[in-house]
Design a protein around this ligand. Sequence first.
Ligand SMILES: Nc1ncnc2c1ncn2[C@@H]1O[C@H](COP(=O)(O)OP(=O)(O)OP(=O)(O)O)[C@@H](O)[C@H]1O
Ligand SMILES: [Mg+2]
Length: 301
Amino acid sequence: MNSMPERKESKVTVFAGKGGVGKTTCAAAAALHFSLLGLKTLAISTDATPSLAHIFEIKAQGKPACVSDNLYFSELGTEEVTQMWDGKFGKDVYQVFASFVDIGYAEFADFIASMLPGLAEEFMVDYIRELQESGSYDRIIWDTAPLGQTLTLLETPALVSQHLRLAPRIYTKMKAGTGTKEPILDIIRRWEALSATDMEFLRRGVDFTIIAIAEALAVNQLDGTLGEMQRYGFKVSRLVINNVVKTADSPFLRQRAAQQQGYLSTIHGKYGHLQVTELPMFPQEVRGIEKIRAMAMELFG
Ligand SMILES: Nc1ncnc2c1ncn2[C@@H]1O[C@H](COP(=O)(O)OP(=O)(O)OP(=O)(O)O)[C@@H](O)[C@H]1O
Ligand SMILES: [Mg+2]
């Protein structure tokens, strides 16, 4: 009996955390690490103010842009998301509406986006899910915007799904012929199914690495962050504490290091069930392949 060929899916790791803690730098280091192992790797960002190109020190050419052997990166913007929406729903929904409302496509698309905030977020998740399923890469490293925004992005498929569950009740009461109602209901059902699929992808197809720093506020917020992740059923397997002072060779740094030690022992005590990695604070900012490689060594040994 012929066995089915195993379907190749990319492994996806999300780097998330609050603003400025080193998400993008760690994502770049992880992506470089996997590419050096010979795995075709994509670093992709859903941050509206992306900085991967800056950290890799290359001018982005094409999406994805090639950084080095096996290493690519891409910054997701409204263009890709709009294309995704147009292809999956936009044109269908428009056709139905245009049969009884005199409206141009661009205006219609703006109207839908304003009615359903989170539309862009859902289609970003969908974009990455499709990338994963295409198996074009062995690894996908997903760099995100600061956590508040990212949680909105991650919970959107569930919210859209909730919204769409109410929609049929309204649309069946619409004063339109069956010829118009049926396609709308069909679109709503398809969209609801897509939202469920995207949420499932976040729950099962994605692994989260949380980046934090050894400071009071960051440590206090960790409980909330991890709780939120758990509430949605997202899998966090790694916690990276960045900017740890390792060489305390001045009174200034000794004081910093002593303060960090307190927070670090709290973190190791509380989150021992996760893989906790301390990343040293480097004397310079981390930019360019060589510095990213040094960071990758610290992250992966
Ligand atoms: N371990 C480190 N040692 C020294 N500098 C670091 C370290 N980690 C990050 N940096 C520097 O800190 C700055 C912020 O890092 P990065 O852009 O990765 O943070 P971020 O969490 O992605 O920020 P944002 O929330 O704005 O996306 C960068 O200039 C980076 O070079
Ligand atoms: Mg960033």
